[in-house]
Design a protein around this ligand. Sequence first.
Ligand code: PMP
Length: 426
Amino acid sequence: MSIEEAKRFIQSAYPITYPVIFERAKGIEMWDVEGRRYLDFLAGIGVMNYGHSHPKIVKAVQEQIEKLSHVSMLYYNVPAILLAKKLAEIAPGDLRKTYYANSGTEAVESAIKLAKKYSVKVKGGTGSYIIAFDCAFHGRGGLTLTLTASHKYKKLMGHFANYPGVVHLPTPYCYRFPGDVETCKQYTLEKVDEYIKYRLGPENTAAVIIEPVIGEGGIIVPPDGWLKELEKICRENDVLLIVDEVQSGFGRTGKIFGHEWENVRADIMTMAKALGAGLPLAGIMATEEVDKAWEPGDHNVTFSGNPVACAAALAGIEVLLEEKLHENALKVGNFIMGKLRDASLKPVGEVRGRGLFIGVEIVKEGKKPDPEATKRIGNEMFKRGYIMGTGGIFGNVVRIEPPLIVTMEQADKMTDDLIDVIKGLQ
Ligand code: PMP
């Protein structure tokens, strides 16, 4: 098949914005089948935190696939056990027990199942409700589509994307809140308290689920102290707190896990994306207390705990810790954000983020979202050889999420180009 035929084929099967066929990658560089080079400033949507084809990870995968590539989770395998042990060492708070899955969607669904079982079996409640937030993204399965807030993913799915029992409360999206940050913080927290106490009832509320940095919704960083206060509300009302670290985990925000920024003690944590260092792997971690609700056989999928994916994950975590990639994420991320803020660009409503999890909100007069200009920025950056994301609940956020190995020089050059492209819009 020629490259032209291949492009026609993919366009007819699934028309995508960029008909590019990638062939190989190394570090933050990627090459397509025509030999064109790109810089990956999206990390495969938050997956390649440790860079593409890291030699340690490649070696671990090669060695493991020669030994054992799959075994049913009715049994155990060595990398799955070693990874669970390692995760228990690095996870914050009391998260000690690991269960594997293949995707973020499955991890979130497992977390909800566990929270509901805990609510009914251990607490003696009904566990009928889950509180999520109105900019949340938690996946595209049945239950997870319900938890995901944006209509664009739910269209034409009817009840399958809107199961009863999920309540969406306002996100602390303070840039768009009609008041100052403190009022935004108090208002959004009071809503959670009000719903648990007076509308749903603590005994009926199984859990609150939150992304420490709300990713797909627009890289929204809750105000300082918000997450800690949320934890307090959950504790006071005896409701579980689930932190969805699918995108914010493994160094992305400048800490190993995003909820470490506020010293939060979560009851359940979800993981995926960067966990498998490029191979499909996901999981949840729970406290020993919450774990009481699981019975053998409650949770399993065919590929959970795949030995090759677990070997990659283990090597990836070693790379993260040895190379202190979270520290680099913080340093380079602050540099990019500072430079973009200093440029005082008119279409930029807000530059926000944590570490290398950065959003640039593109607006018209009066903070009106400008998704068209955002798309143009993404396309223009692509022409200049950058892979970058655009998204957000209104489609007006440029996403910057490179592998955490990105250098200051690479970041500086990309930021210059981005500033130039945004200036070209005016
Ligand atoms: N939770 C969060 C916070 C996510 O960002 C995503 C994916 N963008 C998911 C869950 C779903 O993960 P997956 O695509 O692996 O199913």
